[in-house]
Write a protein that binds this ligand. Structure first.
Ligand code: CA
Length: 242
């Protein structure tokens, strides 16, 4: 039972860790467990996993430190296990390069959906053979630098275009405002979250105007206080697959 993705589960609570390991093994994952930060680092170095599930509150060191360390080594997807009152730590973990989070207590289906998306995205954005990203009636054509809805061009500013590019390239995944700022404006603009807010609002208005039927209404989902997530397909939950 180890042909599946290798996952490193870092969680100090024995009961939670065992339950997670059992659940993940049943789904075909090859699971390695770590009960503290030191063990997590040893396992990480010994055998690089395909994905990491990381609790932020560890007995020996800060989970954030592990995010930084792992991210320095590799682009391996990291999904945070966050407590309900760890809002700030969660955002900080995402800023440091974690891919996504689930808030405890979480449903098994939600966890699997997040892990699937994180693993798939590790392979890079999915474009069709013509280099276009397609979501319902919307086509993002990288080569032609054009966005169309039902074949009609949508007039976007360069910033709006770049924001949509970042979001679509990470479809299904959470993208923090800080990450959008870095990608579209640059390092010097850190903290200027209102720029992102204003431009995303404008982008939504333009897409809505191009789509009177409202099919794209829920394309860009706001994750309050954190950032945005673009749906991979329309008419379902973000990150959800059949
Ligand atoms: Ca803990």
């Amino acid at each position: 039972m180890s042909g599946g993705p290798r996952i490193l589960v870092v969680e100090d609570d024995l009961e939670t860790r065992r339950a997670l390991a059992r659940e993940l093994r049943a789904r075909g994952y090859a699971v390695e467990e770590a009960e503290d930060g030191a063990t997590a680092q040893r396992r990480w170095l010994a055998r690089r996993p395909d994905v990491v599930l990381l609790d932020l509150g560890l007995p020996d060191l800060d989970g954030l430190t592990l995010v930084t360390r792992f991210r320095r080594d590799a682009a391996t997807p990291i999904v945070i296990l966050s407590g309900r009152y760890e809002e700030r730590e969660k955002v900080e973990a995402l800023e440091r390069g974690a891919d996504d989070y689930v808030t405890k207590p979480f449903g098994v289906a939600e966890l699997h959906a997040r892990l699937r998306v994180a693993l798939r995205r590790a392979g890079g954005p999915v474009a069709d053979s013509g280099g276009r990203l397609v979501v319902g009636p919307l086509v993002f054509d990288v080569g032609r630098h054009e966005v169309t809805v039902d074949g009609r061009p949508v007039d976007l500013t360069p910033r709006e275009f770049e924001i949509l590019r970042v979001l679509l390239a990470n479809a299904g995944r959470l993208v923090t405002k800080g990450r959008i700022l870095r990608a579209v404006w640059g390092e010097a603009y850190q903290g200027e979250d209102s720029y992102v807010y204003v431009h995303v609002s404008q982008l939504r208005r333009k897409l809505a105007a191009a789509d009177p039927e409202g099919r794209l209404r829920d394309l860009i989902v706001t994750e309050p206080g954190v950032g945005y997530r673009v749906r991979e397909s329309l008419g379902g939950d973000p990150g959800r697959e059949p």
